[in-house]
Every structure is written in C-alpha cells, then in structure tokens.
Ligand binder design. Structure first.
Ligand code: ZN
Length: 200
C-alpha cells in the first residue's frame, strides 16, 4: 500500500461540494478557535489555512498573516486566502463584526513561582507538567529553564555593614567559647579569687 502524500491526505479531508461559496471545508481536526489543524508529517501539526497558502502561493511573506476573505475558518480554498498584516486582519474582523483576536497580557511570574519551577524541574519534573499545574505555558517554562528569560539574579554582594556585623558576631561566639573553656578548666580556688576580685 503506497503512503499518501500530505497533499493527497489533505484533499481526502476536504469537502469541496457542500459550500455554496466554493469554500473548501476541512473535515479534519479543528483548533479550539475554529481553524483547521493539519499534520503534514514533516513539520507536524500546522494551521490548515497557513499550510494551504504556502502550498499554493509559496512561503507566507514575513510579518504577514494569512486571512480568510470568505470568513470561513476551516476553509482552505486558495482563492479565499490572502496574506495581510495583522492590522488588516483586525480591521477586517471589526468590519465584519467578528471579535478580533486579542492577546492577553501575561501575568508576571513571581519569585516564588520561579523557585518552584526550578526546584521541581531539578527534581526531574517535566516543563509541561509543571506548567500545567501552575497554569503557565510550556514555552514560557522552557524559556525560564533555559535562562532565556527570568534569569536567576546573581546573589547580592554582602553589604559592608552586614559583613562587619558578621565578624562581630563571630568574635562574640569565639569569646563565649573561650570563656566556656576557661571556666571549665579553672580550679575552684581560682574561681573564688576571680569572684572576690569582681566583688571588690
Ligand atoms: Zn472559503
């Protein structure tokens, strides 16, 4: 049995006759936002309309998005596809009363989250699993773990005052130890003498 080429597999999944507007309706898997998802085997899962555009017109120009002139998200009739800017895409959405895709601003990653991410990853947990439990995306987790973003801060240099305080504390500890040793080795008589001297 010969293996079908990606294009043949794509054609198999298309309904070319039902649409009254000549849309090529995709019968395969859809993303939650309604766009078709096609697995071309080479690059894995890709968005169908982008795949179709590339197939018929060549690479999508840099910085451009592939828009549906027909507004049917699971259509991949190349005649219904065009490359445009994201700005044009949003303008078209508004013109046609569709809600433009908005990008939510990511909530900032807290220090405690960063600690948790690094600790759990060091313990062998996958970025995917950690991300899922913290409601963070896997790419973000990978970027954090590879140091691409949220680089661990270098330890703060100890302030001179703190260093001095540490030295004083160490000296105090040392003198306490010294007193303990001296007291332990002191003969009772000697202790009395010291006591007398102090009392005097
Ligand atoms: Zn169409």
């Amino acid at each position: 049995m010969s293996k079908l080429t990606p294009v043949a597999r794509l054609i198999e999944k298309l309904d070319l006759v039902s649409s009254s507007t000549d849309c090529w309706l995709y019968l395969g898997a859809l993303a939650p936002n309604g766009y078709g998802i096609f697995n071309d085997g080479d690059e894995g899962s890709v968005l169908l309309h982008r795949y179709a555009y590339n197939l018929f017109y060549g690479p999508i120009p840099e910085g451009k998005v592939v828009m549906h002139k027909c507004n049917v998200k699971n259509c991949c009739n190349p005649k219904h596809l065009k490359a445009g800017t994201q700005k044009q895409n949003i303008a078209q959405c508004i013109r046609e009363g569709r809600k433009p895709k908005t990008y939510k601003k990511r909530r900032p990653v807290t220090e405690s989250e960063l600690n948790e991410i690094r600790t759990r990853h060091a313990a062998g947990e996958s970025a995917y699993k950690i991300g899922k439990s913290l409601n963070r995306s896997e790419p973000l987790l990978s970027a954090i773990l590879s140091g691409k973003t949220h680089k661990p801060k270098p330890p703060k240099p100890i302030a001179p005052a703190t260093q001095k305080q540490k030295q004083i504390a160490a000296l105090e500890d040392f003198s306490t130890d010294l007193k303990t040793i001296i007291n332990a080795n002191r003969k009772p008589v000697a202790a009395e003498k010291v006591g007398q001297k102090k009392a005097a």
